[in-house]
Design a protein around this ligand. Structure first.
Ligand code: SAH
Length: 391
């Protein structure tokens, strides 16, 4: 489809080559396969965004970057015989079919398999054969394979799939203890009995459901059953897994902890308490570090713009407009009228004192809840605004 070539080429350049996909054959295959033909109707305009998209049966068409990463990791060669588990839309199988000799792809949902087969046939990709069934068992009648690509995440690497690799063959598979959290692994068969394992980082796939994957109810299924284990994590478990304790402010590691944000343009600081002294102190310490060490110049807060503007004038040593209203008089006053914020504001003023005006860090409110003051401030500023005439 000629009209989709520019966005597809842009995707290849920006999302794939730009993020480290180097294999020229993979990039060419991704530039060749029309992804818009594999998305659900209505989603065509998103076909070249780098994201997974919903397809029928609560499944997804994989994100282009992941398809490219898996194809590259599998090192597909023109004469290779490939097995894909999890046909879904058929897109990744289509890409593999441009890189390999034959692709067998297995899907457990019959209707997805049928539609994918139609799409692949319509594009003339006739070296791609779609099967319906449980792909965790592989496809013994077609084995051995030079490469096996698994497009859904299971709790372990199924031995059955390893056994269906040719010597020298590569199995690329996401594996993890929980739904939505896996590592992408490449298992290479070195000999009849030896395998090497490498990891390609964290990924997120839909669950691999079958005899050697998860059971429908989220428990591990027959071949790797562990009583009480499911692929679902509770909310506290998810928080527990993601959390990193913040060092004390005077701990020498405190700054190092934040240096990872040095190159960021925007750092979001959030909390759930809406007001504890500990949080306000931590927020101030983090912000001070980002301003002082990494040159951040805008503190944008969830507060009324005209009220924050009064603080901004103070910290940037600008003249007051002499409004009669005292800032931060409205609910919830404690969020900004407190000792910790006052100390931070004093620090900003002092920090700015030594700097030229253009280098000073400012304090800005993002909200206009305080409608009356906001309207007054807009009107006051618009009297000084001279519009450029339009021609
Ligand atoms: N490669 C696909 C992405 C598919 S999402 C694409 O590019 O569109 C993963 C697919 O794996 C889903 O369609 C899901 O139904 C399927 N699946 C999950 N477990 C499976 C199994 N045991 N056998 C075959 N397919 C399976």
């Amino acid at each position: 489809m000629a009209e989709s070539a520019p966005p597809r080429n842009r995707m290849v350049e920006v999302q794939l080559a730009g993020r480290g996909i180097r294999d020229r054959r993979v990039l060419d295959a991704m530039a060749e396969v029309p992804r818009e033909r594999f998305v659900e109707s209505g989603f065509e305009e998103f076909a070249y965004e780098d994201c997974a998209l919903p397809i029928a049966n609560a499944q997804t068409i994989s994100q282009p970057y992941i398809v490219a990463l898996m194809s590259e990791a599998a090192e597909l060669k023109p004469a290779d015989k490939v097995l894909e588990v999890g046909t879904g839309s058929g897109y990744a199988a289509a890409v593999a079919s441009r890189l390999a000799g034959t692709v067998h792809t297995v899907e457990r949902h019959e209707d997805l398999a049928r539609i994918a087969a139609q799409r692949l046939a319509a594009l003339g990709y006739d070296n791609c054969i779609v099967h319906t069934g449980d792909g965790t068992r592989g496809l013994p009648q077609e084995a051995p394979f030079d490469a096996i690509l698994v497009a859904a995440g299971g709790p372990t690497v199924p031995d059955v799939l390893k056994a269906q690799l040719a010597v020298g063959g590569r199995l690329v598979i996401p594996v993890g203890d929980f739904e939505n959290e896996q590592s992408l692994l490449r298992i290479t068969r070195l000999s009849e009995t030896k395998y090497a394992e490498e990891t390609f980082g964290a990924v997120r796939f839909v669950p691999l459901i079958g005899e050697h994957g998860w059971a429908e109810d989220g428990t591990r299924s027959a071949s790797n059953h562990v009583p009480g284990r499911t692929r679902f994590r509770s909310l506290p478990e998810m928080i527990g897994a993601a959390i990193e304790p913040l060092p004390d402010f005077d701990d020498p590691t405190f700054g190092g902890f934040l240096d990872r944000f040095a190159q960021s343009r925007v750092v979001l600081l959030g909390e759930a308490s809406h007001g504890t002294s500990e949080f306000y102190q931590a927020r101030a310490a983090i912000t001070r570090h980002l301003i002082e060490k990494h040159g951040f110049k805008i503190v944008a807060v969830e507060a009324d713009w005209p009220d924050a503007a009064a603080v901004d004038r103070y910290v940037r040593h600008r003249t007051s407009r002499g409004t009669r209203e005292r800032p931060f008089e409205r609910f919830p006053t404690w969020m900004w009228r407190n000792k910790d914020v006052a100390a931070f504001v004093e620090w900003m003023r002092k920090h700015n004192d030594a700097k030229p005006a253009s280098e000073r860090a400012g304090f800005y409110g993002l909200d206009i809840y305080n409608m009356r003051s906001s309207i007054a401030a807009v009107l006051a500023s618009s009297t000084r605004w001279i519009p450029t005439p339009r021609r």
